[in-house]
Design a protein around this ligand. Structure first.
Ligand code: ADP
Ligand code: MG
Length: 617
């Protein structure tokens, strides 16, 4: 055991603490959400460890969180009987930020309080948010399974350091006591605390208890006050949100739950809540965020989906449950079939997991299709033939996947996500989604062959006739010229470069639309898509552009004649460029420019070649 020691916070923590106290005061009450969420996590961890070691429950098998306050002492205490902290864990977990990406997070802070507050929200300040309302925090804890003498007390004023000491604590778990600042005394109020818990923590699956108060008349009926009764009562519903019937869950509750699982400040764009029955049974509550997290491009990060087995939390970021190209999806999957002691390795091999993954992937694609449909119909059609609330907007479930949603499955996925957003905003959601996550979705072309067609249908590009990234392959096809046999596209670093490419000249002249692809992944992703709905995709920068039926006889003839008459020149050019160019030929694709570079059919495009060169290959 340790003796009383003063230890410095990790530099990042000290910095974070400063920020927390300075930028989050407009949203003070979140401290309670964070601390209750930690208490709940601690109970989840105990439940999980106790699967193999039931003795960890000691004589307290009922897990719970208690919130109390002391008006005279100006303290609020959050107590749980979860896993607790050993002395070393208290030092490690409450003195550092263990999460990866902390440095990057710090470097992103701008000094603008509003923007920073959002970032902090995304990152989840967690425990340290206690210092928004407290000028001192005392944590007392004992880890489950350790003797009472190995308890720990951690105290800090939230400046540069904290103090730890050994204590004897018969009680398992953790108490966090906040010594409130003078400007936070409003929280010393049962009603106030209850309403914050209802707002943020109602979905927590364990009971959150508070001590009942009752009115006590003063002596000889003069005055009186509320006094504690010694009787504790639950102040939340204490059933995991996703296990409740949909009709009992309000939009606000869905949104609050999302914020809790995602650490996002903003409401999600859409969600889908279903119970799936069949050979594999599970419940899914999946959300599409409105904003990309800062580590979106870290493919190792894993998905944002939490795995539960029969309501017992098993793991965060269960990457086997969601393909990598949908790693932006957040939410919960609760399986009725997996064993409780399932490991990450086991997950990868499980047939149930495979079924869950397939079902969830389809579900997310349907949500996106639904958003895309609303985007289109509300922006282009004034005839109002599509009712935004109708269940028809979601495609029928694939009959081959062998699952049925027993909870009415269609009405859910696009519940107005934000009460303030209003109906008209529905139409902008897909564009919003696409701007944030479109490039990630494209990875799916190379990753998920089974759903390639559906993914391709969801992609949007700018084009030679539209500046906004809004043209889908299907829109393009519908506008194709009579006799046009391919979907034409060009890849480039920027929109300007794509638009000014000489390779577009002939297409422009003939009024043929060309898709402009400027995302870094386009080149790679397009390797996996050679056709869309029966129409081949053709890069205008590759090979000899064959305009096929779009060229009239006279043009064809002129081209042939030109090729003939320029033969001697071509020979000389070929000779002069022999180490540099594979071939030199007369082209019909230019209108104003004298020459352009193209890539052999089936060759690497100039864009990809440049990318590889940049990468040192
Ligand atoms: P996060 O919850 O995202 O991990 P926090 O800042 O909220 O980050 O908490 C930091 C860590 O402190 C937790 O990961 C956990 O290890 C520990 N911790 C906080 N509160 C408790 C608690 N009530 N019981 C046990 N451990 C806790
Ligand atoms: Mg936390």
């Amino acid at each position: 055991t340790i003796t009383k020691t003063k230890l410095p916070f990790q530099a990042e923590v000290a910095q974070l603490l400063h920020l927390v106290t300075h930028s989050l005061y407009s949203n003070k009450e979140i401290f309670l959400r964070e601390l209750i969420s930690n208490a709940s996590d601690a109970c989840d961890k105990l439940r999980f460890e106790a699967i193999d070691q039931p003795a960890l429950y000691e004589d307290q098998p009922t897990l719970e969180v208690r919130v109390s306050f002391d008006k005279a002492a100006k303290t609020i205490t959050i107590t749980d009987n979860g896993i607790g902290l050993s002395q070393q864990e208290a030092i490690d977990n409450l003195g550092t930020i263990a999460k990866s990406g902390t440095k990057e997070f710090m470097s992103r802070l701008s000094g603008d309080q509003k923007a920073d507050a959002q970032l902090i929200g995304q990152f989840g300040v967690g425990f340290y948010s206690g210092f928004i309302v407290a000028d001192r925090i005392t944590v007392e804890s004992r880890r489950a399974g350790l003797p009472a003498e190995e308890g720990v007390r951690w105290v800090s004023a939230g400046a540069g350091d904290f103090e730890v000491d050994s204590i004897s604590r018969p009680q398992r778990g953790t108490s966090v006591t906040l010594h409130l600042r003078d400007d936070a005394e409003e929280y010393l109020n049962l009603w106030k605390l209850k309403s914050i818990i209802a707002k943020y923590s109602d979905h927590i699956s364990l009971p959150i208890l508070m001590e009942k108060e009752e009115w006590k008349e003063g002596e000889d009926h003069k005055g009186g006050e509320m006094v504690k009764t010694g009787e504790w009562e639950p102040v939340n519903k204490a059933s995991a949100l996703w296990t409740r019937p949909k009709k009992d869950i309000s939009d606000e509750q869905y949104i609050e739950f999302y914020k809790n699982v995602s650490h996002d400040f903003e409401a999600p764009l859409a969600w889908s809540h279903n119970r799936v029955e069949g050979s594999t049974e599970y419940t899914q509550l999946l959300y599409i965020p409105a904003k990309a997290p800062m580590d979106l491009w870290n493919r190792d990060k894993g998905a944002g989906v939490k795995l539960y087995v029969k309501r017992v939390f098993i793991m965060d970021d269960a990457e086997s449950l969601m393909p990598s190209y949908l790693r932006f999806v957040k939410g919960v999957i609760d399986s009725a079939d997996l064993p409780l002691n399932v490991s990450r390795e086991l997950l990868q091999e499980s047939r149930d997991v495979k079924a869950i993954r397939e079902g969830s992937t389809k579900r997310v694609l349907s949500m996106l299709e639904d958003l895309a449909k609303k985007q289109k119909t509300t922006t282009s059609a004034a005839d109002g033939q599509v009712d935004a609330g109708s269940g028809e907007s979601v495609p029928a479930p694939d009959p081959t996947d062998g699952v049925t949603d027993v909870v009415d499955k269609n009405a859910d996925s696009t519940l107005a996500a934000e009460a303030t957003a209003g109906a008209s905003d529905e139409s902008g959601k897909y564009a919003k989604f696409y701007a944030e996550f479109g490039a990630v979705l494209k990875e799916g072309l190379g990753e998920d062959f089974a759903n390639r067609e559906r993914i391709a249908r969801l992609l949007r590009f700018a084009s030679s006739t539209t500046d906004t990234v809004s043209v889908g392959f299907a829109d393009y096809k519908a506008r194709m010229k009579e006799g046009q046999e391919a979907i034409y596209y060009i890849t480039a670093d920027t929109l300007a470069a794509a638009k000014n490419s000489p390779q577009l000249e002939i297409f422009r002249k003939k009024g043929i639309e060309v898709l402009l692809m400027t995302d870094r992944v386009d080149e790679w992703a397009l390797n996996y898509l050679t056709e869309f709905d029966g129409t081949p995709l053709q890069s205008v920068a590759k090979g000899a552009v064959d305009l096929g039926k779009l060229q009239d006889e006279a043009e064809k003839k002129a081209a042939e004649e030109a090729a003939e008459s320029f033969k001697p020149l071509l020979e000389r050019l070929k000779e002069a460029l022999k180490d540099k160019a594979e071939d030199v030929r007369v082209t019909t694709r230019l209108v104003d420019s004298p020459a352009c570079l193209v890539v052999q059919d089936g060759g690497m495009s100039t864009q990809l070649a440049r990318m590889l060169k940049q990468a040192g290959q």
